[in-house]
Design a binder for this molecule. Structure first.
Ligand code: FES
Length: 261
């Protein structure tokens, strides 16, 4: 186990550095080889491999850092530098479900701050802390680009729209009880942190096309435009106005910095 002391410094336990057993290590090597084969340079596979070791340990343990460094020909310092930069990588044991309450501006004023405070009180934990049963890690998260459904709560990055303190307390209670919980949109149920980490490592679970992606609120502008026959000006999607560069930059940011930034 690893944790923070009162000063906030991270302590990585000896257990975090304990070697993988033979079977786990062999499976990790097979999976890592498949991931690495997708990239022209193997060091480019670091982000998915960090998700892969999280899918085994539930966080990026010391042995996960060592494994990534070894198979990619990097130093442990280089791997740690990446793992500590992105919020989707956890450097201490995470709960089965990361419940992220959006407390960015719009969600906050629509009730996100109140939701966080009530759920925090209900669970007895603060930001980036985990319940004693290891089920829930609570986080304040940044905008999830779902402001039209504010206030929004994410459970392992599945959307729970238009939340209230009561509905979110109901959500965490159901997750803790082991119930199958259906998000407002997207997949039919919330998967565990380890399961989701394996998908993010590049091993699809077949759920990507389940459920509705964009709900009525997100599509309202499109419907109004269609009703009025409005279309984008000629050339608006080209690179002449810089939109291509902007969109490409957004894509890489959401892929790396994670959906909660
Ligand atoms: S501010 Fe919460 S989803 Fe955008």
């Amino acid at each position: 186990m690893a944790g923070h002391d009162a000063s906030g410094h991270l302590h990585v336990s000896a257990e975090s550095k304990a070697p993988y057993d033979e079977e786990t290590l062999a499976r990790l090597h097979v999976d890592a080889a498949e991931v690495i084969s997708r990239y022209p340079q193997k060091r480019s596979a670091l982000l998915p491999l960090l998700h892969l070791v999280q899918s085994v340990d539930g966080y990026v343990a010391g042995r996960g850092v060592s494994f990534c460094a070894e198979v990619l020909g990097l130093t442990e310092a280089e791997v740690s530098g990446v793992a500590t930069f992105y919020t989707q990588y956890k450097r201490h044991p995470n709960g089965d479900y990361t419940v992220g309450v959006c407390t960015n501006t719009l969600c906050a004023i629509m009730g996100g701050d109140l939701i966080f405070d009530r759920v925090s009180e209900h669970l007895g934990i603060g930001h980036d802390e985990t319940t004693e049963d290891g089920k829930i890690t609570l986080e304040r998260v940044e905008c999830n680009a779902a402001c039209d459904y504010a206030p929004v709560v994410m459970a392992n990055w599945e959307f729970f729209d238009n939340q209230t303190p009561e509905s979110t307390i109901g959500l965490v209670d159901e997750l803790r009880a082991g119930a199958d919980v259906r998000p407002t949109r997207g997949a039919d149920k919330v998967c565990t942190f380890k399961e989701v980490s394996r998908v993010l490592a590049g091993f699809p679970d077949g759920r990507a096309d389940e459920g509705v992606g964009a709900g009525p609120a997100s599509l309202l502008g499109l419907r109004i435009a269609k009703d009025h026959g409005w279309v984008a000006p000629e050339g608006a999607s080209g690179s002449s106005n810089g939109s291509s560069a902007a969109s490409s930059s957004l894509t890489s940011t959401s892929d790396g910095k994670d959906g909660s930034k």
